[in-house]
Ligand binder design. Structure first.
Ligand SMILES: O=C(O)CCC(=O)C(=O)O
Ligand SMILES: [Fe+2]
Length: 325
C-alpha cells in the first residue's frame, strides 16, 4: 500500500447540482446519468462555507496531534467503539475519527473528551452543525435520486428511507517523511480502493485534492470539485436497493507531494435491521433481480469480518455478498 502509484489519470467533469435551485429536467437527467455511470456527482450552495471547513480542520487537528498511543487508548478498543481508526489500519497515511448521529454534539464531546481529556465545546458545536446540515442534504439527495428513478417514485418509495441514520468520519492524511521523498509526479495511496457501505456519502475535501473514482473500464479519474462543491457518491446499500440502477463505484485517495490532507465523509445509511430488497416498481415487470434480499446489519458484518485490519478494502462488496449471477 505504501508503494508509489503510477497509473496515468485524467480528471472527470461531474454534473453539479445547485441545491438552492429547482431541479430542471435537464439537470435531473444529467444527475441520473452520472449516478448510473460514475456513482458520483457534486453539489453546490450546500450551506457549508470554506471558512467553516477551515476552522473545523484546525479544531480537528488538535485532536489528531495528540500522541498516537493516547488516541488509541482514549478512544477505547476500536473494534467495539469504532471511534478512532489509527494509522496502519486502512493505510499508513490515514487516521480518522468517527462521530455518530443523530446526536452529533454528544458523540463529538465523548470522542474529544476521551482523546484530549477535556471536552471541546467549540468542536462539538461545529460538528453538530455540520452533521445536521448533512442530514438535511442527505434527505434531499435521496428525494432527488428517487426522482431520477422515475415519475411518481419519490412519493411511493420515500418511506423506505425514513429510518436512515448518518455518521461522520473526519479523515486526516499525513505522511510527511514519505511524501517529501516522492518524485514530483509520484503518488501513494492515502486510502486504498474501496466502495462505501452507505446509501450515499457526502465528502468535503480540502484544496489538496486526491480523491479518485475508478471507471467501468478500470481507469482512475481525478475528482477535483470546484468552488467548494461537495462530492456525493452512491454507496453499496443504494446500489443493491436500486437493483443496480445506481452504481457504487470503487474510489480511493492518492497523496502527492504535500504534508497533509483533510476531509470529512458523511455516510447516510439504512438502519441495521432493514431488509434490503429492491422494490418492484424499480425492478420492473421482467423481475430481473440482481441481488437477493439481505439484512443491512449482515452486510456490514460481512464487510467488517472479512477484512481484518483492512478497513474498507474492495474485493468484498455487495456484489459478492448478495449478487445473483
Ligand atoms: O478522503 C476522501 O476524500 C474520501 C474518503 C472516503 O472515501 C471514505 O471515507 O470512504
Ligand atoms: Fe469512500
Amino acid at each position: 500500500m505504501s508503494c508509489p502509484v503510477d497509473d496515468q489519470t485524467s480528471s472527470i467533469d461531474l454534473p453539479v447540482w445547485n441545491t438552492s435551485k429547482a431541479l430542471s429536467p435537464c439537470c435531473l437527467s444529467s444527475l441520473a446519468f452520472a449516478c448510473k455511470e460514475w456513482g458520483f456527482f457534486e453539489i453546490t450552495n450546500h450551506g457549508i462555507s470554506r471558512d467553516f471547513c477551515k476552522k473545523l480542520n484546525s479544531l480537528s487537528r488538535h485532536i489528531f496531534m495528540v500522541p498516537s498511543q493516547v488516541k488509541v487508548r482514549g478512544a477505547g478498543p476500536s473494534s467495539t467503539l469504532k471511534t478512532y481508526t489509527p494509522h496502519f489500519i486502512a493505510s499508513p497515511f490515514y487516521e480518522s475519527l468517527r462521530v455518530n448521529g443523530p446526536d452529533f454534539f454528544t458523540s463529538a464531546q465523548t470522542s474529544s473528551q476521551a482523546i484530549l481529556k477535556q471536552s471541546n465545546p467549540e468542536f462539538s458545536e461545529m460538528i453538530s452543525e455540520y452533521g445536521s446540515k448533512m442530514t438535511d442534504l442527505s434527505t434531499r439527495i435521496i428525494e432527488m435520486l428517487l426522482m431520477c428513478l422515475g415519475d411518481g417514485l419519490k412519493k411511493q418509495l420515500l418511506s423506505e428511507f425514513r429510518h436512515c441514520h448518518g455518521y461522520l468520519r473526519i479523515n486526516n492524511y499525513t505522511s510527511e517523511s514519505i511524501i517529501k521523498s516522492l518524485e514530483e509526479e509520484e503518488e501513494v495511496e492515502g486510502l486504498g480502493m474501496h466502495t462505501d457501505m452507505s446509501c450515499i456519502t457526502i465528502v468535503y475535501q480540502d484544496e489538496i485534492g486526491g480523491l479518485q473514482v475508478r471507471s467501468k473500464e478500470g481507469k482512475w479519474m481525478d475528482i477535483n470539485p470546484r468552488n467548494g462543491n461537495l462530492v456525493v457518491n452512491i454507496g453499496d446499500l443504494m446500489q443493491a436497493w436500486s437493483n443496480g440502477k445506481f452504481r457504487s463505484s470503487e474510489h480511493r485517495v492518492v497523496l502527492r507531494q504535500c504534508s497533509s490532507r483533510f476531509s470529512i465523509a458523511f455516510f447516510w445509511c439504512f438502519e441495521d435491521k432493514k431488509t434490503i430488497f429492491a422494490p418492484s416498481p424499480i425492478v420492473g415487470d421482467e423481475n430481473l433481480r440482481l441481488y437477493r434480499p439481505f439484512l443491512c446489519a449482515d452486510y456490514l458484518k460481512f464487510r467488517e469480518n472479512r477484512e481484518i485490519g483492512k478497513f474498507e478494502k474492495v474485493g468484498f462488496t455487495v456484489q459478492h455478498f448478495a449478487g445473483i449471477k
